[in-house]
Design a protein. Structure first.
Length: 260
């Protein structure tokens, strides 16, 4: 792996994390990193590539989303095995549980952040909303910007424990394929644009009003829960429709046989 250009204010950070991800991916493909092998620490990778640790973190998350890496709590990041082991029951978190936990924790994080967030952090949140909604952004780039939006608010609390809780709660989705599939389906039933919801969170934080910030965040994640409920309802209706269609066909065949 080669050293990349140093992070700087003029560096395209999105392009840089993609370069890191591509390099790690190439090392996996070439066998430099074997299935089941633990990757070097985030700090070591940052030193090796000559980039910041947040850039490495974004690259690792992107590769987790592609199924190439898996993070093991308290152990590190590993190259996924060719046949990933069955998920640990305790980590097979459902989409509803994950969304409910996020609403609980992130609502309070937003309330605390409202009293401490800086103008620079608010401006950064604005750029992330733009990146999320840019037609030039890929689905992966949009989701990473979404994650960074929420992590930035957690970081504004100036509490490392809060940041770790929000990061871990967000990343539970990557450890459950069912959770990821459900969340992806919920995207398509959203009634309000995410841009509007994120902008409302920014405006609430800008007022430095904890109650308003908590309410905006809870409304945003409450909307996600409503989308998940609607998705589950639509799937249940579709299953019922298929079951009735099969029963209708069975009855028709019986009637046809009796008429002979």
């Amino acid at each position: 792996m080669s050293t990349l250009s140093q992070d700087s204010p003029s560096t395209d950070s999105t392009r840089l994390y993609q370069q890191v991800a591509a390099s790690i991916s190439a090392s996996i493909a070439s066998g430099t990193f074997q299935p089941g092998q633990r990757l070097p620490s985030e700090r070591d990778l940052a030193d090796e590539f000559g980039v910041s640790r947040p850039t490495v973190r974004r690259a690792v998350i992107a590769l987790e989303m592609r199924g190439l890496l898996e993070a093991r709590q308290g152990s590190g990041v590993y190259v996924r095995l060719d046949q990933p082991p069955a998920p640990v029951k305790d980590l097979d978190i459902g989409a509803f549980e994950q969304a409910e936990a996020r609403r609980l924790f992130e609502g309070e994080a937003a309330a605390l952040a409202a009293t401490l967030i800086t103008d620079e952090e608010l401006a950064y949140l604005e750029t992330l909303v733009t990146e999320m909604n840019s037609e030039e952004s890929t689905k992966e780039q949009s989701e990473l910007a979404d994650r960074q939006f929420h992590i930035t608010i957690a970081q504004a609390t100036r509490n490392t424990a809060v940041v770790r809780i929000i990061e871990n709660t967000w990343d539970l989705r990557y450890r459950s394929r069912l959770c990821m599939q459900m969340l992806e389906k919920a995207r398509h039933v959203r009634k309000r644009p995410l841009k509007d919801e994120h902008q409302e969170i920014i405006e609430a934080l800008r007022t430095r009003d904890p109650k308003a910030a908590r309410g905006a965040m809870q409304a945003h994640l409450g909307g996600l829960i409503e989308n998940l409920l609607l998705t589950a309802e639509l799937e249940a209706i579709e299953r019922t429709r298929e079951s009735l269609a099969a029963k209708r066909e069975e009855i028709a065949l019986r009637a046809a046989s009796a008429a002979k």
